[in-house]
Design a protein around this ligand. Structure first.
Ligand SMILES: [Zn+2]
Length: 252
């Protein structure tokens, strides 16, 4: 049974969850709830994991959408057909983008990561949701601003949940990136030789007009919590992917 972390969406008719690595069928470095198709896992295992997650969490796997992430700032808007079977069929996702937005109830959006923050956003009224993959490159290129803008909602009406990601305890980066991050998001996103990606996401969301109390950042470090999360920094390329999943509840 897939183990997930549920974000508090209050009264909004929206669900937002974060998957963990627990409760799937993959083995080795992909053990066990790997949702990604691009890191060498067996396609039948990825398919089984995705179907199990959809069943456990209660979203429609046929219309679910995976972003084909490229560490950029492009956003796609997804219609009522969603991924049209790609989630468990071709496993190919929808388009090369790092953020997706939908206004269609029942269409689940998945952003995947193995250290990178993945972000779910939704409006008070549940009219629109967004999923964003916000690695350092995407953050620098403005993927968070692009995602907020693509919702078409007033930023003051938006909520955001930032998923488990590599913490500053495990994320030393070169001086150039530290400078870029500090300039863009404040000196305190840098501590020692490390960058706090979760705090950088929070700052970027605040800069777009989201209220601080509407932004929730998971503080678990993917690299420290080996039993719970996949981590590229810890395990290298042949590791799995966890996801942020967000969807508007289908009232029918
Ligand atoms: Zn850590």
């Amino acid at each position: 049974m897939p183990v997930v972390i549920e974000a508090d969406t209050g009264d909004a008719p929206v669900r937002a969850i974060f998957s963990t690595r627990e409760g799937g069928v993959s083995t080795g470095g992909h053990a066990s709830l790997n949702l990604g198709s691009a890191s060498g896992d067996r396609p039948d295992a990825v398919r089984a994991n995705r179907e199990a997650l959809a069943r456990a969490a209660g979203f429609d796997p046929v219309r679910a959408v995976v972003l084909a992430q490229v560490h950029g700032a492009a956003v796609v808007t997804v219609g009522p057909d969603g991924g049209a079977g790609t989630f468990t069929g071709s496993l190919e996702g929808v388009a090369e983008c790092d953020a997706a937005v939908t206004r269609s109830p029942g269409v689940a959006l998945l952003a995947m990561g193995a250290d990178c923050p993945v972000i779910s956003m939704w409006s008070d009224d549940g009219a629109v949701v967004a999923a964003v993959h916000a690695g350092w490159r995407g953050i620098v290129e403005g993927v968070i601003a692009a995602g907020v803008e693509a919702t078409g909602a007033r930023p003051a009406t938006l909520h955001a949940a930032v998923g488990p990601h590599v913490g500053p305890c495990c994320y030393p980066v070169d001086e150039g990136l530290r400078k870029v991050m500090a300039r863009a998001h404040g000196a305190d996103v840098v501590s020692g030789d490390a960058v706090d990606l979760g705090l950088a996401c929070r700052r970027a969301l605040e800069q777009e007009g989201l209220a601080p109390e509407r932004i929730h950042v998971q503080d678990a470090c993917t690299a420290c919590a080996q039993a719970r999360f996949f981590s590229y920094r810890r395990d290298g390329a042949a590791t799995g992917r966890q996801a942020a999943v967000v969807w508007i509840e289908d009232g029918t």
